[in-house]
Write a protein that binds this ligand. Structure first.
Ligand SMILES: Cc1ncc(C[n+]2csc(CCOP(=O)(O)OP(=O)(O)O)c2C)c(N)n1
Ligand SMILES: [Mg+2]
Length: 311
């Protein structure tokens, strides 16, 4: 969790220094992300993140410079290996990872791999039509998937009360005849236990689960947002007293916390060094990662691009 916190801070600094064009900070959501991702079996499960799930990447041992390269706005969706890491490229389409996870879970069921998909989404995403379709489909076919909602109080400037009718994302599960559970998203062990149980149920052929982790986005929506324009400082201060990293740290001795800080500082140093050393990618690659087999139309565009590049 401390590595996630410190890399998150570093990513903001890199954005301010012009290295990253933009970044979506996750400060305050470390327990939700680390606790849930830690419950996966990386030998057979797969996670589908949003733009704000750095903590999942950290917990899954993903190459962090490669992961943060996703925020360079190049066309690769990052320079790490999603298949080996079991973490899909992050999806900036709100609700997008949810449908992908359900599709993957359908494949896992057909191939009988024993794998479980875990998808991240936000309180705002829960009001997207895609998310309803995904949950309904997963329930009908009893697919091995865990729907992990981080209810962080806000969808950019729209508060949960104006986004989630009925007040609960977890409660929606009842309508699909699947399991729904609400958990303190700032309690890493509670999140881990809830996710481990949901993953085990899915693996055993049980129903999918909707987990709603109640947490708070302590920073801005993105590096181009100013939350001071839409939410009171008192709200931020109240939640800072429930800081998940401080809560987890309180379980440790000062020596253990110091060791974790030293480790995090070293990870940050290495990530910064590698990220800033990345040169430009060959422009030709723009065409390489769209389809496994390029379409005729794409090849035509590539030819036109080459001609204009030569010109
Ligand atoms: C389909 C779609 N609609 C709108 C947007 C613009 N947008 C980006 S983030 C966001 C809010 C999402 O809120 P939430 O799901 O709560 O996730 P959070 O940002 O709080 O992590 C919106 C509306 C988008 N990226 N994709
Ligand atoms: Mg939100």
């Amino acid at each position: 969790m401390l590595v996630a916190r410190r890399i998150d801070e570093e990513a903001i600094a890199l954005q301010r220094q012009g290295v990253l064009p933009g970044y979506a900070p996750m400060k305050g959501q470390e327990a939700a992300q680390v606790g849930s991702a830690a419950a996966l079996d990386l030998g057979r499960d797969f996670a589908f993140p949003t733009y704000r799930d750095l903590g999942a990447a950290v917990a899954m041992g993903v190459d962090l410079a490669g992961y943060l390269a996703s925020h360079l706005n190049i066309w690769h969706g990052g320079l790490y290996d999603p298949r080996a890491s079991r973490l899909a490229p992050f999806n900036a389409v709100v609700g997008g990872p949810v449908t992908h996870a359900v599709g993957w879970a359908m494949g896992a069921k057909l191939d009988d791999t024993g794998g479980v998909a875990l998808t991240y989404f936000g309180d705002g995403a829960s009001s997207q039509g895609d998310v309803h379709e995904a949950m309904n489909f997963a329930a009908v076919y009893r697919l091995p998937v865990v729907f992990f909602c981080q209810n962080n109080g806000w969808a950019i400037s729209v508060p949960t009360e104006r986004q989630v009718a009925g007040g609960s994302v977890a409660a929606r599960a009842t309508g699909y005849g699947i399991e729904g559970v609400r958990v303190d998203g700032n309690d890493v062990l509670a999140v881990f236990d809830a996710t481990r149980e949901a993953v085990a149920r899915a693996r055993d052929g049980g129903p999918p689960t909707v987990i709603e982790a109640m947490t708070y986005r302590m920073g801005p929506h993105s590096t181009s947002d100013d939350p001071g324009r839409y939410r009171p400082l008192e709200e931020e201060q109240a939640w800072s007293e429930r800081d998940p990293v401080a809560r987890a740290g309180a379980q440790l001795s000062t020596v253990e916390v110091a060791a974790a800080e030293a480790h995090a500082a070293e990870v940050v140093r290495q990530v910064r060094e590698r990220l800033t050393a990345l040169g430009d990618r060959p422009r030709e690659e723009l065409f390489s990662f769209v389809y496994r087999e390029p379409t005729k139309a794409l090849l035509e565009q590539q030819r036109a691009w080459r001609e204009s590049a030569d010109a």
